[in-house]
Write a protein that binds this ligand. Structure first.
Ligand SMILES: CC(C)(COP(=O)(O)OP(=O)(O)OC[C@H]1O[C@@H](n2cnc3c(N)ncnc32)[C@H](O)[C@@H]1OP(=O)(O)O)[C@@H](O)C(=O)NCCC(=O)NCCS
Length: 159
């Protein structure tokens, strides 16, 4: 038995942030780049909690902004690991915007990011195996494996 293996639940993380004027344009819409930064932070935290070492972002899949997010919204960034390779990990980050006055929530983004665990020399270092427990986690892991294969293929084609 692999005693270093960890479940998806062990590294799952949620960040909750209130969007202020510093996050938005003159119309009160939160900048896409601000959302991307917090998505990256949430995804990296899940990866760090799994690996318990520093990680760097190596790939970010395309991100679609389904609904606007406005100043005053409380934004939740729910991140969990969907895949762990030898040194790389994929995080799934879901973004939910909540109007704290009404409680209305909107699903605004879904993003997949890949991180690599690094050692003191900034070189890739092995991570624990990931255990998918629920049916949903197992399905997400199967899709993540396919996405990672496609990224590797794309990378080879670009060289
Ligand atoms: C991430 C980094 C350390 C990887 O170094 P490398 O010499 O390419 O290492 P490897 O080829 O051994 O790849 C390491 C892992 O990353 C994966 N990987 C590399 N490029 C990838 C890509 N474009 N997409 C997905 N996975 C990728 C590999 O498949 C491998 O995974 P595995 O160990 O689970 O099989 C190096 O590319 C780097 O430092 N990049 C800059 C990171 C950075 O500054 N990010 C922004 C700020 S955090």
């Amino acid at each position: 038995m692999d005693e270093t293996a960890k479940t998806v639940a062990e590294s799952r993380v949620t960040l909750g942030l209130m969007m202020g004027p510093e996050h938005a344009n003159a119309l009160g819409n939160v900048h896409g780049g601000v959302i991307m930064k917090f998505v990256d932070e949430a995804g990296a935290l899940a990866a760090m909690r799994h690996a318990r070492c520093p990680v760097v972002t190596v790939a970010i899949d395309s991100m679609t902004f389904l609904e606007p997010i406005f100043v005053g919204h409380l934004v939740w960034f729910n991140a969990e690991l969907t895949y762990a390779g030898r040194t790389s990990m994929e995080s799934r980050v879901e973004v939910i915007a909540e109007d704290p006055l009404t409680g209305a929530t909107t699903h605004t983004n879904l993003a997949f990011l890949v991180y690599v665990a690094i050692d003191e020399n900034r070189r890739p270092t092995p991570v624990p195996r990931l255990i998918a427990e629920t049916e949903e986690e197992k399905q997400r892991m199967a899709l993540a494996q396919k996405r990672q294969e496609m990224r590797k293929q794309r990378q080879q084609n670009e060289q």
